[in-house]
Every structure is written in C-alpha cells, then in structure tokens.
Design a binder for this molecule. Structure first.
Ligand SMILES: Cc1cc2nc3c(=O)[nH]c(=O)nc-3n(C[C@H](O)[C@H](O)[C@H](O)COP(=O)(O)O)c2cc1C
Ligand code: SF4
Length: 757
C-alpha cells in the first residue's frame, strides 16, 4: 500500500493538535488577532495571465445550488449574494461548480430536465444572468471566474437510477458514494470527448459573457478527479486509460476556445489521503477497496506541471475527498490553516523548478482551508507557503472580511464557527447556501444590509442573552428601538459558553467574543441596556409596560429517570463543560447520548483530560443530522483516541458502580465508526440497506462518572405565562425556546423578527 509520510503526519495531527499545550506555538487555534496589521502582503496585486487581481484574496467556490431559475439562469438571489462579496473587498470571486455534462452525467439533471445547478450551456436562455453577474461584480472592482465541473460521477445522487432508470457514471466501474451497492458505469470515450467539447464551449461562452476566467473543478473525487486519479480511473483501453489525459485534453480545449490570455485556474487535491486515513484494514472495506492506488504527492506534482504546459495559469490545492469528507470540508474540529503545508509543497516545487505559465508568469498557488484569521493568512503569504488566500465560509459569515482586515477592524469580523449547518447541510437537505451566524447570507436580495429606521420606535424587553437574544437586541436597537436585555446568569452567550470550552470549538469562542463586542457597542451607545444576573418573571415585566417582549431563553436539559440513578455520580454535559472540576478524579466515564454535545464532550474528555470514555446512543447513528464532515471528523478521531461508541444501545439501570446497557448486536446494526459513508436524508429510502434485527445483549459498563447529553426541550414556560397574563401587546418566542435547535434557525428568527417589529 502506497502511503506518503507527510500526508500521514497531517492526518495524525488533525486529531492530536488539541493536545498541544501552547496554542500560539501550534498556530492551530485561529484567533481574530491583528499582530501583523497592516496586511500588505494580502493587499498587494497579482497578475494571472491577462488579468490583474487587486489583492491576494479569492472567494472559494461554494455551490450556487438553487440560486437559479429552472432554466439554469442565475437569479437575483445569486447576483446579490455575489455583489455583497464583491463589495466586501475580495479580489477574485469564483462561482460554485457549474456542470458541463448535462445529458451525460445523469446525477446532475433533475426529472423533467430541470436543474438546481446554474447553467452556462443553454446559450441565450441563460446568458443574461451571467452578463448581469459579471458586470455587477466588476462594478464593485472585483474579478470573477466560473468553476466548470465535468460532473459528479460516483459522488452524485444515485436517485437517477430509481427516478429515471439511469445508472450513475464514473471513470471505471466504481461504487456510488451514497449507496455503495449501486455501481457507477464507466463512461465511453465518446461521451468523455463530448464533456471536453462542452468545457471548451463553456469557456468561450464565459468569455463572451464578460466573466474574467475559467476554473476547473479537479479535486475532492468529483468526475474530473475520477478521470485523473488512478484510484478511480482503472481503465485498460483507450486514450483515457492514461489518467492524466482527460484533464490535459480538457485544459487544451479550454485554452483553444478561450484564447491565449484568458486565465485558466485548476483546483486539485495533493492527495486523496485515503490510505493514510484508513490504513490497510480500512482500505479492505468493500466501499473503499478499489481506491488504494491514489496519486502520490510526486505523481500529483508531475501532473500539475503537465497541466501548466497544457495551459493552466493558477492552482488552488487541498486534500482528501468525499470518503474522508472532513478534509476537503474542514469542520469546527480541524485546526486553522490546515492545508498550508500542502500549498507550501506545491509552491516550493514550482519555485525550485522555476515553473512558468504559457504567458511566461509564475504560477500562483492558492491556499485554502480555515484561513479566516487575518494574521494566519498574512503570515502564510509572507512565509512563502502560498501566493494567495482562498476564503470560503469566512465570506459566508462576513462578506466584508477583506475590507475589515484592510482597515484594521479585525475584531469586527463575524467569524465562521465551522458548524456547516447553514452552508453544507442546507444543500444536503435541499436548500441553498446560507450561514448560521450571518442570517443575511443567501438572502441579500430580500434583507437590506442596513436595517431601515423603525417608523414607531418601541420599548422592547428581550429575555435571554444567547445568539438569538443578542442578534435581535442589537439589530432592533439599530432600528431605533429601546431594548432591555435580561440574562439570568452573569455572562452572555447562553449555550455558546459551555459549547466553546473544548479546544475543537475555538471558533465558537471567537463568535462569542464577537457577540460580546457588538453588544458592548450597543450598550455604550445607550440603545441597549444589559441586565446580567437578572432572572425575569413575566408578571414583573408586565408592570414595566413594554410594547413588545421577546423570549429567547433556550432549553431545559433532558434528565432521564432510571433505576438506581440516585446511587451514581451524574452530571449534565453542559454543567461539566462549564465546571471541569466536576470530573473530580473520575477515570471511567460513560456519556449517555451520542448527539453532537455528547460526542464533543467525549472528545474533550478523551483528548484534553486523557480519560477512558464510552458513548451510549439509542439510535442506529451517532450525531444524526450533523454535517457528514463534522460527524466524520469527530467519529474518526474518537476512534483513534480509543473512545468506545455504542449505537442501538439503551441504558436500562445503574448498578454496582456501573451503567447497564442493553445493546442490539444484530447484523444489520450500522458500524458506529463508519466515516466513509453518509447517513442518507430521511426522505430518501435505500432499498438495499440491511434490515436491523433485534438480538439484544446486556452489558454493565464501569462508570465513576456518568455524563448526561440527552439534549433539551424548548423552555417556553415564560412565554406561555406572559401570554396568559397579557404581559405586553406583542409577545414572541424565538430560538431554542421555540424549538429551533440550531444557531442557524435562532439567528434567522432574530433577524426576521427584528426587521419587522
Ligand atoms: C457550502 C459550500 C459549498 C461548496 N461548494 C464547492 C463547490 O461548488 N466547488 C468546490 O470546488 N468546492 C466547494 N466547496 C469547498 C470550498 O470551496 C472550500 O474548499 C472549503 O469550504 C474550505 O474552505 P474554507 O475553510 O475557507 O471554507 C464548498 C464549501 C461549502 C462550505
Ligand atoms: S453555516 Fe456555520 S460553517 Fe457554514 S459558513 Fe456559517 S458559520 Fe461557517
């Protein structure tokens, strides 16, 4: 089995970094510091073939799924979304993936020929949308490249088989990612040549529409990579049995149609990192075993040199693929700047070999992955780890990141929290890109950037100082309302307080600081009065005569009543995180509840406290509903820390200093450590999924501390009491106390309400 030691070290480090004692030395924990201000390296121009970019900041491609009309013409949602980022100061925008294989890759087209992907391959029907987009981006002094994809191949939705009796496709016969029992059929050379022709035509069309360059989607195991990585391309015959040839032919055709000075960018992963992730044993799993022969670092670098000869002007580089999805979509738990060592390898090679593009220019290497920290980004360029910085989620969270970094307002940047609730998970569930911390993201066409002053300023009480309460209070104050914010504890943040204790949640700590700052500003202006340590009673609020009262009080922890429980030492996960001294010398810990709070607490106990931990979950899957990348990262490294994960397992009683669990051990119970396959959304049925039987065994787990992480129920008691006594004319219940359950829904509710009240 081929393994790269450099990649292996990175894979090991993506879990272990939390054990590093000195955060600053490790440089992994991203902080919104500004020690290196002014950021002269980030804000210096760079030339890419015929185009000059005003700075080194690139907006990452993020699929513009459902941001188009049914024809594929970009709609106003997409236009305003990009205009906001262009105005925010980024030098180059790249669109999300735009397929050029409709009619060839059945997974990208919906029934009835509809599409949720914007299209550029329908000539005049869609051109006006692209022209408007390019012109509006240019009007803000920014450039835009369009990301073209050959298709999804094996990582596409296999429902095309059920809906249209069409098998998904790939380079060779490969298992589908979502349902590995479904084979993807190998595309013929003729169809592959058609995709290449389409990519050339799309290049010519993009140029005609005023788009500044084209960008190939060659990473993460999509169809272009399936053709250009021997892990997936095991063809024996024909031109494309040479795994480099499809990519090279595509670039040559794009260069031919785009002309010599039209920029071509290429996105590549240095390695799939599958062998390094799963090792010999893992790679014998049926869903993975065909993929052992991935490109080595050296093979990738050679391929990149050939791509430059064929016409590529610029690259961005990452790591991994769908089957280890936490790499290309690094979630909360991954360290900041996680792929800087990867871009450095490429840049060093290009510098050493003096690689120049066909235009005679150095080939810029763009780094990506959790780089939303101005000091880390600036240092990466200064240290020669990359030429440019790509920002994806940081620009969803705050489109004005570049302008704020340039002007030294770093603490004013709204940080991404790595949750992937609003961005990736919205796609999976059928939505469009959004953001948990920025409720305007993806709604720029309907939510004004600056809230309009209220016609009738009101006196408003807000109860609860979590994300929903603060977002509401600060925005309502901007509209001219007078707000009293009541928080029963001594600090604002709500669940963000315990939620930011584990090191893997450093981004949540940043977000909490940001909320503190914007609230402090509103308090200093006199538009919000903060009442800490002030539990409220609806009857007292009524006496104060508010026009409106907004309840955002969160949840009450669920606490099971089980036989013998009074004899055991138990603690709620949130209380333990708030007060780690409650670990109290325990060595064996059982966490009841394998949702995200339970698993993050287990991670913290195992890595940061070195304890032996077992997680018990009643459902077949741990962390159901959590983004596959976030789930995958936690599960993979929980396994490596020796944490025992038990699914389909129910605690029945506490006895003899332990926890007795009845556990379903039948064959169909999913492997709790499976990180190479996603959980299918509930509305998709997998007829091939093994049925779960009901053979149950009992086991008593030693436990000197039992951590309860069973979630919470909405705490709507105050709201209903207020309603009963008519405490004010307008009463609202938002966020977790309404049952939101996610930061995304809590902040969305806060903004929606604030703009109306
Ligand atoms: C919502 C979302 C959609 C994405 N869609 C694409 C895509 O269309 N094409 C692509 O190459 N990468 C896509 N990515 C990956 C990003 O371009 C980027 O590599 C990743 O988010 C890591 O960068 P970040 O930490 O700055 O967000 C997507 C990421 C997100 C969050
Ligand atoms: S939804 Fe979460 S991960 Fe995605 S951009 Fe927003 S804060 Fe970041």
């Amino acid at each position: 089995m081929k393994k790269d030691q450099k990649i292996q070290d990175l894979i090991d480090g993506y879990g272990n970094w939390v054990t590093e004692k000195d955060d600053n030395k490790a440089g992994f924990t991203g902080r919104m510091s500004m020690d290196l201000f002014p950021y002269d390296s980030m804000f210096s121009p760079i030339r890419v073939n015929g185009v000059t970019l005003k700075n080194r900041l690139v907006m990452a491609p993020m699929g513009n799924i459902d941001m188009c009309e049914e024809t594929g013409r970009p709609n106003d949602k997409m236009l305003q979304y990009f205009f906001a980022r262009a105005k925010g100061g980024v030098g180059l925008i790249t669109t999300g993936l735009i397929p050029v294989s409709h009619g060839i890759d059945p997974s990208i087209t919906e029934m009835g020929g509809l599409t949720y992907f914007p299209r550029i391959d329908r000539s005049r029907t869609v051109f006006s949308g692209w022209r408007d987009l390019a012109q509006g981006v240019h009007a803000n002094g920014c450039r835009i490249f369009i990301q073209l994809t050959a298709g999804l191949g094996r990582v596409g939705n296999p429902q095309c088989l059920i809906n249209e009796m069409k098998f998904p496709v790939s380079a060779s016969i490969n298992p589908n990612f979502y349902i590995p029992q479904i084979p993807c059929l190998a595309l013929s050379t003729g169809k592959l040549k058609k995709i290449i022709k389409n990519a050339g035509q799309a290049t010519a069309d993009a140029r005609a529409a005023g788009i500044d360059g084209v960008y190939l989607h060659g990473h993460e195991g999509y169809l272009l990579e399936q053709m250009t990585n021997p892990a997936f391309n095991r063809r024996k015959l024909g031109r494309y049995s040479d795994w480099q040839m499809f990519g090279l032919d595509m670039v040559r055709e794009m260069r031919r149609r785009g002309g010599p000075s039209y920029p071509i960018m290429y996105r590549i992963d240095l390695s799939l990192a599958l062998n390094e992730t799963y090792g010999e044993d893992g790679m014998s799993i049926p869903a993975l075993k065909k993929f052992k022969n991935g490109r080595t670092i050296e093979e990738t670098l050679e391929y990149m040199e050939h791509l430059v000869e064929a016409g590529v002007d610029m690259f961005d580089v990452d790591l991994g693929c769908y089957d280890n999805w936490w790499l290309p979509h690094p979630p909360a738990g991954m360290p900041a700047g996680c792929f800087l060592d990867i871009s450095e390898i490429v840049r060093t090679r290009f510098q050493t070999k003096k690689i120049l593009s066909n235009a005679g220019l150095p080939v810029p290497v763009v780094a990506v992955g959790k780089l939303g920290y101005p000091d880390i980004a600036e240092k990466a360029i200064r240290d020669g780890k990359c030429d440019m910085i790509m920002l994806g989620r940081p620009l969803l969270a705050d489109p004005d990141w570049p302008v704020k970094a340039y002007s030294g307002n770093v603490s004013g940047i709204r940080p991404c929290i790595g949750c992937q609730e609003g961005c990736i998970n919205e796609f999976v569930d059928g939505g469009h890109p959004q953001c948990a911390v920025n409720p305007r993201s993806g709604f720029e066409n309907v939510i004004d950037e600056t809230p309009v002053p209220a016609s009738f300023p009101k006196r408003i009480a807000v109860v609860g100082g979590g994300p929903a309460g603060i977002t509401f209070a600060v925005t309502a104050a901007k509209r001219g309302h007078k707000v009293d914010l009541y928080e029963k504890s001594g600090a604002i943040g709500g669940r963000l307080l315990p939620g930011s204790v584990p090191k893997i949640k450093y981004e949540v700590a940043n977000y909490r600081k940001y909320l503190e700052k914007i609230l402090a500003e509103a308090v200093a202006e006199g538009s919000v009065t903060l009442h800490l340590n002030t539990p409220v009673d609806p009857d007292q609020l009524k006496d104060k005569g508010y026009d409106s009262i907004v309840f955002a009080v969160g949840t009450v922890n669920a606490a099971p009543k089980l036989q013998g429980m009074e004899s055991a030492k138990t603690v709620q996960a949130v209380d333990l995180l708030s007060d780690p001294s409650r670990i109290g010398g325990a060595k064996n810990i059982v966490v009841i509840g394998g949702g995200v709070v339970g698993c993050e607490t287990a991670y913290w106990l195992a890595y940061e406290h070195g304890l032996k931990v077992t997680v018990v979950e009643m459902l077949p899957y741990l962390m159901k509903g959590v983004c596959t990348a976030n789930r995958g990262h936690l599960i993979y490294y929980l396994k490596r820390a020796g944490v025992r994960l038990m699914n389909c397992a129910k605690v029945t009683r506490f006895e003899n200093g332990g926890v007795t669990v009845s556990c379903n051990t039948s064959k169909g119970v999913p492997d709790p450590y499976n990180t190479w396959q996603p959980i299918l959304p509930e509305n998709i049925e997998n007829p091939l999924a093994p049925k779960i039987g009901d053979s149950v065994t009992e086991e008593t787990l030693p436990a000197d501390l039992v951590v309860l992480a069973l979630g919470g129920r909405p705490d709507d008691r105050l709201f209903y009491r207020a309603q009963e006594i008519h405490a004010a004319n307008e009463l609202f219940n938002i966020g977790d106390s309404f049952g939101a359950g996610k930061v995304l829904e809590a902040t969305r509710a806060a903004i929606t309400l604030t703009y109306k009240i």
